[in-house]
Ligand binder design. Sequence first.
Ligand SMILES: NC(=O)C1=CN([C@@H]2O[C@H](COP(=O)(O)OP(=O)(O)OC[C@H]3O[C@@H](n4cnc5c(N)ncnc54)[C@H](OP(=O)(O)O)[C@@H]3O)[C@@H](O)[C@H]2O)[C@@H](O)CC1
Ligand SMILES: Nc1ncnc2c1ncn2[C@@H]1O[C@H](COP(=O)(O)OP(=O)(O)O)[C@@H](O)[C@H]1O
Ligand SMILES: [K+]
Length: 524
Amino acid sequence: MYSNKTTTLVTAEEMKLIEEEIFSAGMPVASLMEKVALKTAQKIKELYPIKEKKISLGFMVGCGHNGGDALVIARELYYQGYDIVIYPPLIEKFKELTAHHFKYASSLGIKIVSNIKALSICHIIVDGLFGFGLTRKITDNLAEDIAIVNQWNKPIISIDIPSGINSDTGAVLGIAIKATHTLCLGLYKKGIWQDRALEYLGQVERIDFNIPPAFIDKITAEFPTTELLTQEKVQEILPLPRHVTTYKYKQGHLLLICGSKEYAGAALLSAYGARSSGVGMVTMVVPDSLKPLINSQLPEMLVIGCRETSLGSIETLPLLDWQKYQWVCCGMGLTKEAVSVVKKVIASGCDILLDADALNIVANYYLLDELKNRHGKTVLTPHDGEFERLFPDLPFVGMADRIEETRQGAIALNATILRKGAKTIISDNINTWIIPHGTTALARGGSGDVLSGFIGGLLAQNNFTDTISVDTVGAAAWLHQRGGILASEDLSTLGVDGVTLSQYILKAVNELKRNGQWFFNETC
Ligand SMILES: NC(=O)C1=CN([C@@H]2O[C@H](COP(=O)(O)OP(=O)(O)OC[C@H]3O[C@@H](n4cnc5c(N)ncnc54)[C@H](OP(=O)(O)O)[C@@H]3O)[C@@H](O)[C@H]2O)[C@@H](O)CC1
Ligand SMILES: Nc1ncnc2c1ncn2[C@@H]1O[C@H](COP(=O)(O)OP(=O)(O)O)[C@@H](O)[C@H]1O
Ligand SMILES: [K+]
């Protein structure tokens, strides 16, 4: 019953409100701190057990309850036989509870120092300067202390969040601790999943302290929710059951509009992505000159060649029976010349996914209103650069909260937006998913083309079900990253080209199937 919602991300405001619910229900503040800190001390003990040699821990203790947590952890580890040194630079600002714990720790004879350099003899640093209460830039002596500690190259364990990171936006407020471990307390703070915080976090673990789920639900219901997409959820979204009497047109027909003489590979890679989705039929619309290449590489695809410009882009679309297709995926390698193509796709009334040059054309020709008011479902898959080009004037850009920006973008365009990056974000105006895992092996040309084709193929198949787009897109992105991880485990980070990725996505699908109920659902 009290297995906490491990996947919900909270802002500092939500965390404070949840904390208030706990306290007003009768839990004393000091008892909660004691419980949280004991569990955190236990985790540190597991991470760095005392063997033959003593281990010394240097604690940076702030003035708020993050500092209070640090003092309780220090005391408990002192009892367990660790050498403890405490550095409290904000001693004159201590909150009451923090001051009590400091007094008690001092009374036990724990060593207190007044210069950060005295922690240089410690094996490990514990960062309890600031948690989610940090509001302002860190400056002056404190900033210097953090710079010194970061230079030492020692293991650093941050309590709740690395000090200096804004717990909502992930922004570095002046300077931040570069942790090797972040032990996040209770619920994941949103800032931990923002791309710009990633290099400060090290390994992240959550310390559960049994927050009653009803309190979490009550508070998070009042705010837009952001959730980590888990394997269990992906298994719920993607059984893609196949009826025994199904046939190709019942498994979805995807229309890919892509490619140019210059970017022929983008068309191929998106087709390989679509192939990995198992979609029933794929028709590709490409410039005439690409037809032989596609036919030789992907013989199962239907190919419609188009008249092309002198630079080798599609000049105009032929007459298409749009109603035949369950999803239309457009933009990969199209070039910025293909303006009339993108306009026709937007006006088609079909369910569409726009990527790459289709997004650049929307931005260059101010097609945002056409996009917003169109009939049919819209999925957009920008990376950060494309996202910023799409929304240059809107007030939320520059808010510096990638997750919130993506949600606001989805609202503004009445679309599902997948924002690519180290942490992929998928949002419509109701649900926001974060893909928790990922690999830098995907940071190379073509990974995104594979993703678009794969998403398109799954959307085309799932269009026969009542699965909402944001869930299908999320599941596709989850499998895409997982495929990248499996490929890099076999072939190294250097070995994950687009074609290889498209094949390993299928390994990720099979892995899901082995771990879940697909086997039983397959013919239902
Ligand atoms: N919620 C939970 O469930 C639980 C929460 N717990 C713990 O509580 C932590 C949150 O504690 P918190 O609210 O006391 O805030 P925290 O981050 O320690 O520091 C804020 C203090 O810093 C100050 N200050 C701010 N900026 C500054 C700056 N630039 N330079 C200098 N000073 C600055 C600010 O003072 P100000 O000057 O703004 O008045 C204020 O006094 C949380 O992360 C977790 O560890 C657990 O114990 C139990 C369960
Ligand atoms: N550091 C990283 N960690 C995890 N995934 C990444 C990283 N860098 C890029 N990716 C993923 O790789 C893909 C790149 O897409 P994109 O930039 O559109 O490439 P392209 O247009 O060349 O195909 C996205 O899915 C993105 O999330
Ligand atoms: K901290």
